[in-house]
Ligand binder design. Structure first.
Ligand SMILES: Cc1cc2nc3c(=O)[nH]c(=O)nc-3n(C[C@H](O)[C@H](O)[C@H](O)COP(=O)(O)OP(=O)(O)OC[C@H]3O[C@@H](n4cnc5c(N)ncnc54)[C@H](O)[C@@H]3O)c2cc1C
Length: 483
């Protein structure tokens, strides 16, 4: 029986998860597989990269994922990584927000962008009296009747007022989507708020009802609403030895010699019933199934010469850069009590940080006693000039900002920056229509899958789910074996 030839391009979490899943599906179907995973860089994991300095664990990309989305947890279970999973440290699941130059506790009783009760609204120190009044008037704002997509900023201003957008909603979502809220599609990112408006005429009213139902045990949402306090830190998980544990485990179960690093792909075309992948060095490889697991702009580039319609549709997704700087300090160098996970910084504060974490407080095992790992998150759509800085400059800027925010004395023992150029897909207004158009154009090309963080969500579990579904569809459409 001829083996099914599969090439995956890009060894980030999307490509690795696809390669893993298609191996399993082929084995179940009794098909032999000739699998190749081509990665341009020398690193496996894409933006995921854990590093060590002495006994400290640093993450220069993502540091955790949402455990309430099943795909990430299921994959860890399948790979035998369940004992390695840890949640945020109990007892410190609170965070801060910068308000007029001072770090304030994120208010209790808020669900991301909305208060859940009038009491929570009155108690927040983040809004002026006029801002609170306007936010409370949300209960009276008539529901919108048309279905057109709108930006998060438009929705929040319309329902809660300008101050709520600038002081609460913008910083809350910036850390997730690195996005400009004026462009961020509500339908594609927070459809639950639209639904609440539609069903209850008010987000605050919907949240109050949900919380009351939860309290009565009438609905089971895992306490999502009643225990909410800003970002729901209790639901974030990571791996004891770092995020790279997951990507390394996926690489380890690839067939021998399947993974080829330092192997950029220059273009792809379909010819005589097979895909032909041209490598940077001019060599060509052929396969039956091709999976491009790249930022959409990179997939567009590979297809441009052969499939301009698909390339055009993929090129429609905008991307932003993001950067992470990790610092190692001695505990006594930091004045802040570090009695929380970290902070988000509203853009109206005019700082060059989007957020920062006390990483060694957030997760156990990140630093030995007496040491601290601090992590700054920078760039995003609102500060593209920051994301583009060279690593030394990133460290300098991050240190200047953190010095002021948490009171740092002296120099860090170690610093490590990770810059990710055009790595974060931007879910702009009209995103769902763009996804549909791209899927249609790619679907017209037999044997091709295109995955990555432009389609099903930017988070790691979203990328894994997208990879699982694509592998399933690819196997179903795979050419029958020739005996
Ligand atoms: C700084 C940062 C922090 C984040 N934090 C979180 C978080 O805490 N939690 C969370 O859930 N998500 C987070 N995300 C989002 C999430 O990490 C990403 O969406 C996800 O990891 C993307 O994975 P991917 O495999 O699709 O793409 P990538 O990781 O970008 O991988 C693509 C791979 O393709 C390779 N490649 C590119 N071009 C070619 C080519 N021509 N030929 C061959 N190979 C090529 C690249 O070298 C790369 O290895 C974060 C993202 C960033 C950038």
């Amino acid at each position: 029986m001829t083996p099914l030839r599969v090439i995956v391009v890009g060894a980030g979490i999307s490509g690795l998860a696809f390669a893993y899943r298609i191996q399993n599906l082929a084995a179940k179907a009794g098909r032999t597989l000739d699998l190749t995973l081509l990665e341009a860089s020398g690193h496996v994991g894409g933006v995921i990269r854990s590093a060590r300095f002495d006994d400290c664990l640093l993450e220069t990309g993502p540091d955790c994922w949402a455990g309430n989305k099943p795909a990430g947890m299921e994959l860890c279970r399948e790979l035998g990584l369940e004992p390695e999973l840890i949640g945020t440290r109990a007892g410190v699941r609170r965070s801060f927000i910068l308000h007029r130059g001072t770090l304030k506790r994120l208010p209790e009783g808020f669900f991301l962008i909305s208060p859940m009760s009038v009491r929570a609204l009155l108690a927040t120190p983040l809004l002026s009296v006029a801002g609170k009044l306007r936010m409370g008037l949300e209960l009276l704002v008539p529901r919108r009747t048309d279905d057109a997509d709108e930006s998060l900023a438009h929705f929040v201003r319309r329902r809660f007022g300008h101050e709520a957008l600038a002081r609460i909603a913008q910083p809350m979502v910036a850390g997730i989507y690195t996005a400009d809220p004026e462009k961020l599609s509500l339908q594609a990112t927070f459809p639950q708020f639209l639904q609440m408006e539609r069903d209850h005429g008010s987000v605050i009213r919907a949240l109050r009802r949900k919380a009351a139902q939860e309290a009565r045990g009438a609905v089971s949402t895992g306490g999502e609403v009643s225990r909410a306090a800003g970002p729901r830190y209790g639901m974030f998980v990571t791996l004891k030895q770092g995020m790279s544990t997951l990507t390394n485990a996926l690489a380890a179960v690839l067939p021998p010699n399947a993974l080829r690093v330092n192997c950029p792909v220059a273009s792809a075309r379909r010819e005589a019933g097979a895909w032909r992948v041209r490598l940077g060095d001019g060599d060509e490889l052929a396969c039956d199934l091709l999976c491009l697991a790249l930022p959409a702009h990179a997939s567009a580039r590979l297809l441009a010469g052969f499939a301009p319609a698909a390339a055009g549709a993929l090129g429609e997704f905008e991307y932003a850069g993001a950067a992470v700087v990790n610092f190692v300090f001695r505990r006594e160098q930091i004045a802040h009590a570090m009695d929380g996970i970290g902070a988000v910084i509203p853009s109206v504060e005019k700082r060059r940080l989007v957020a920062f974490s006390f990483s060694s407080v957030k997760f156990e095992g990140r630093a030995p006693e007496g040491k601290v790992v601090l992590r700054a998150f920078m760039g995003g759509a609102l500060q593209p000039e920051v994301a583009a800085l060279a690593p030394a400059e990133l460290q300098k800027v991050a240190l200047e900002e953190l010095r002021d925010l948490v009171g740092i004395r002296g120099e860090p023992e170690f610093a490590l920056a990770g810059a990710h150029n055009r790595a974060m897909a931007q879910y702009h207004v009209g995103h769902l229509a763009r996804v549909q158009a791209a899927r249609r154009a790619v679907g017209a090309l037999a044997g091709l899958s295109v995955i990555g963080n432009a389609f099903d969500g930017v988070g790691i579990p979203d990328c894994i789910r997208g990879a699982n579904e694509a592998a399933q569809s690819a196997m179903q459409a795979a050419p029958a074996p020739v005996m």
